[in-house]
Design a protein around this ligand. Structure first.
Ligand SMILES: [Zn+2]
Length: 442
């Protein structure tokens, strides 16, 4: 077997790993580069790979940095099966269509052609083929197995074997202790491991998200204010709803309206009660938990929220307050000191969310500048990625030392720190591949 790193090398987004063996070609993940224009621009670069020559795509999970290039890959000639778990197939059906619309919006704003359209995304969905966990599938000379992995709903490790060597992709590695998802299982052996390193140089803070949510809500209710929670639609939104359910059951927060104001968030939340084997929520109360919020799919319903005059909680996209419905709510609510804007995830550089958590006194929304008078808060501990210590603990359960670990999906400083740590603690062979670099395995 041979592996070539066509994305996710030296950076967090754009995961694409080509596995070749005796004329068989499999691309593991087909992610979009995400970030500011200087990064996203490179999605237009020609890949050193003709999509029509690839036998199959295999997808670890539904996040756009692992799937968002699929519509373009199909547009450019790929016609094979796209293997993924049952839940990932449905997550992709929601997120890729949304990504197509976002590409069209972005193109309109830049007066340019879109990278791909909503119709391209819809066309690509027909190639998705859901497979069961732990059931090997054969792609010419290679065997591929998905193993449930506990990063988001539907996420999987991908094992590829040529009959002699086993290559394992971690995808994104989930955390051992998380409120609603099963922990990632330990893997006992692989000859080669492609491991993510997003938080390879960090240990997550141990703040108590339920308590922070409780405090932010009660402080805001005392002022009769509104709590706006900009949230990511997959996992984070459902985790917040779970905590709100717990707080309300314990009567720690008052019975104020809660709105789930995100069409994508609503669609993904509905998948949770369908795929109950993916998480730890009892099926009989799954819908009770998610029914705690009133879904507001239409723009009219969303606009009504802005006319609320008493306390309410609004969960809306996007998580970094860049797009979706959050900017509209901020226009209304950020200027009033009785309100709270509560961020619940990592805020990338140059995003509106990052400016706000860094203490901006005013903020631009569309064409206008608004004074920041609302309280800005942030819960740090809700990451879906294992941190440095959690990665090392997961690795320590391998019973056979891999011949080599390839570190991907991390900024250079993060991958370097993790490389050093694995070399020192476990004495394993670790390599950080460069873009388009190939390695023979075996
Ligand atoms: Zn992910």
């Amino acid at each position: 077997m041979k592996i070539t790193f066509l994305g996710g090398a030296g950076m967090v987004t754009g995961s694409k790993y080509l596995v070749e063996d005796k004329g068989t070609k499999i691309l593991v993940d087909c992610g979009l580069l995400q970030g500011d224009d200087s990064i996203a621009y490179h999605n237009w670069d020609q890949l050193p790979l003709d999509p029509s020559t690839v036998d199959a795509l295999v997808i670890t999970h539904g996040h756009i940095d692992h799937t968002g290039y699929i519509p373009l890959f199909v547009k450019n000639g790929f016609r094979g099966p796209i293997y993924c778990s049952h839940a990932t197939k449905e997550v992709c059906a929601i997120l890729l269509v949304d990504a197509g619309s976002l590409q069209e919006d972005r193109a309109r704003n830049h007066h340019a052609a879109p990278l791909y359209t909503k119709d391209d995304a819809l066309f690509a969905l027909q190639f998705l083929k859901a497979v069961d966990y732990d059931e090997p599938i054969t792609v010419k000379s290679l065997q591929v197995t998905l193993i449930r992995s506990g990063h988001i709903i539907g996420s999987a490790f991908v094992a590829i074997s040529d009959g002699r060597e086993k290559l394992l992709f971690s995808g994104d590695l989930g955390r051992p202790e998380q409120p609603i998802l099963k922990a990632p299982p330990y893997i006992k052996e692989a000859d080669y491991l492609v491991l993510e390193s997003t938080y390879g140089n960090r240990v997550h803070e141990e703040d108590d998200p339920e308590k922070m949510l409780n405090d932010a809500i009660n402080e805001t209710v005392k002022r009769d204010g509104i709590v706006v929670i900009p949230s990511f639609s997959v996992m984070r939104t459902q985790t917040i709803l779970y905590y709100l359910y717990q707080l309300r059951e314990k009567k720690q927060i008052p019975d104020i309206p809660i709105f789930l104001d995100s069409p994508t968030g609503i669609a993904i939340t509905n998948l949770f009660c369908k795929f109950t084997e993916e998480h730890t929520l009892p099926s009989d109360i799954c819908s009770a938990i998610f029914n705690i919020a009133t879904p507001t799919p239409t723009v009219q319903e969303s606009k009504k929220i802005d006319r609320m005059t008493h306390s309410a909680i609004v969960i809306a996209g996007s998580g970094m307050a860049e797009g979706g419905r959050v900017p509209h709510h901020l226009e209304q609510f950020i200027i009033d000191p009785k309100n709270t804007i509560l961020f619940v995830g990592y805020q990338s550089r140059s995003t509106r969310g990052r400016f706000l958590v860094d203490g901006a006194k005013e903020i631009q929304i569309y064409d206008k500048t608004y004074p920041v008078r609302a309280t800005i808060k942030m819960i740090h501990s809700l990451s879906a990625h294992a941190d440095e210590q959690e990665i090392l603990t997961w690795l320590s359960h391998f019973e056979k030392v891999p011949k080599r670990v390839f570190l991907t999906h991390g900024e250079p400083a993060s991958s370097q720190a993790l490389k050093k740590m694995i070399e020192q603690r476990l004495k394993w062979d670790v390599l950080i591949p460069a873009y388009d670099q190939s390695f023979d395995l075996g």
